[in-house]
Design a protein around this ligand. Sequence first.
Ligand SMILES: N[C@@H](CCC[C@H](N)C(=O)O)C(=O)O
Length: 293
Amino acid sequence: MAGPAPFAKMNGIGNEIIVADMRGRADRVSPRAALTLAADAATHFDQIMAIHDARTPGTDNFIEILNADGSSAQACGNGTRCVVQALAAETGKGIFTFETVAGILNARQHEDGLISVDMGKPRFGWQEIPLAEEFRDTRMIELQVGPIDAPVLHSPSAVSMGNPHAIFWVDRDVWSYELDRFGPLLENHPLFPERANITIAQVTGPDHLTIRTWERGAGLTRACGSAACAAAVAAARTRRTGCSVALTAPGGPLHVEWRDDDHVVLTGAAEWEFSGTFDPATGAWQRDAGSAA
Ligand SMILES: N[C@@H](CCC[C@H](N)C(=O)O)C(=O)O
C-alpha cells in the first residue's frame, strides 16, 4: 500500500483539472478513484493528469490522462499546461518533455506565464480518427442532427489530435445550440467507434473562432485544448482561417498555431486552485491545511 498521493486542483481556462503526483510509486489512479473525485463538487474535474516517473530516456515524465467517467484519454492540452505550471513552480524549469499513450509532447512556460504545448501532428484519415466507415475527405463528413431537410447541426469536420474530434460549423452564436442535449448523442454516435469530442465552432473574425465543446467522457466543459487545436486545424483546412488562430472558449482565450512542420501548438493560461492528498485506489481525499478554498 503506497499511501496517499499529493494532488493539485487546477484549471486551464476553466477546463477542470486534477494534477495527481504519482511519481516514485508503481500504482495508478483507478477509474473508481476518478468517479469518486468527479462526483464531489469540491474536486469535480474534467480530466485527471497523473504524473508518473519517466518511462523513456529524454522525457521528464509519463502522463496518464483519465476522464471524469473513469475512461482514458490520449491527449489533454489544457491539462498539460496545468502539469507544466505545477512542475515549473516546483523545479524552476520552464521546458518539459512528456510521454503519453499518444506519444511525446514538448511544452514550455513563457515569461508572461502563458504556456505552450506542442500537441504533435493532426491526423485526418478516417481510420486514424477513427470513424466507423470510409470517408475519403474528412473536412466534411456525413452526419446530422435534427430534421433531414432542416438539420440543426450537420457535416462536421473530423480530426484526430491523438484523440477523436468532430467540429460542427455554425452560423449563429454557439450559445444558441443545445449542446447539452446533442452532445451525448453525438459523442456516442455509431460513426465514432471510440466515441468523440464534439465541438460547435463559429468563425467570429479573421482568424478567430468561438467554440463550445462537449468532451468525450466528461460532458460540457468551459474549454478543451485538443478541441481548440482540432477546430483551428479544421478551419485552416477548409479555408475558413489561416494557420494561426485565436479562439474564444466559454472559459477564456486560447491561441493555436499549425506550423509549417505540421505540428500544432496550443498556448494559454493555467491556474492553481487548491491542493490536497488522495487515495489513488478509492478517491478518498483531504484538503491540505491552509490550502485556499
Ligand atoms: N480537455 C482536454 C481533452 C480531454 C480529452 C477528452 N475528453 C478525450 O477523451 O479525448 C484538452 O484540453 O485537450
